[in-house]
Design a protein around this ligand. Structure first.
Ligand code: HEC
Length: 133
């Protein structure tokens, strides 16, 4: 009898925790990130460098075409965003820069790994992954 009651209590507490976190928060860059302008916009050499970095580091999770289907995905707690999607492409360069810089687990933070120039190169490359209409 006692165990039954504790199971019910645990269930109620658990459900309320889930409800409190619902709907799941989508990851947003702060509005201030939007005003940061991409110094390498339309720079084809930078975009090429970005592809190299992306292939080395991001493809494991984001997939070759950025679809969020990398080989590491089954081991992640969250499916990576599809970089070709309107949701990602609709964000400003500054917002994408901010997300790469800061991360949001399991998305790593690359602040300590890449120079600002390299992060802009990655942003340029992500632009080339936009779904073709
Ligand atoms: C360990 C796996 C992993 C690696 C490696 C990784 N990412 Fe991610 N990335 C994720 C996940 C998971 C998300 C979704 C995070 C979320 O929505 O909270 C994400 C989200 C993002 C987003 C935000 C998209 C959106 O929803 O707005 C960008 C931009 C991004 N990653 C870029 C990169 C770049 C560039 C690299 C390489 C330098 C990289 N990621 C490497 C897992 C990864």
């Amino acid at each position: 009898m006692k165990t039954k009651i504790s199971v019910i209590i645990i269930a109620i507490v658990g459900i309320s925790f889930i409800m409190a976190a619902w709907p799941p928060q989508s990851w947003k860059a702060p509005a201030s990130a939007d005003s940061k302008l991409n110094p390498l916009k339309d720079n084809a050499v930078a975009t090429k460098e970005g592809k190299k970095l992306y292939d080395q580091t991001c493809v494991v999770c984001h997939g070759v075409k950025g679809k969020g289907d990398g080989v590491a995905v089954p081991g992640l707690t969250k499916v990576p965003a599809d970089h070709s999607s309107a949701t990602v492409q609709g964000q400003t360069d500054g917002a994408l820069y901010w997300k790469i810089e800061n991360g949001n687990p399991p998305m790593p933070s690359y602040k300590a790994t890449y120079l600002p120039t390299q992060i802009w190169e990655l942003v340029n490359y992500i632009r080339t992954l936009a779904a073709k209409k």
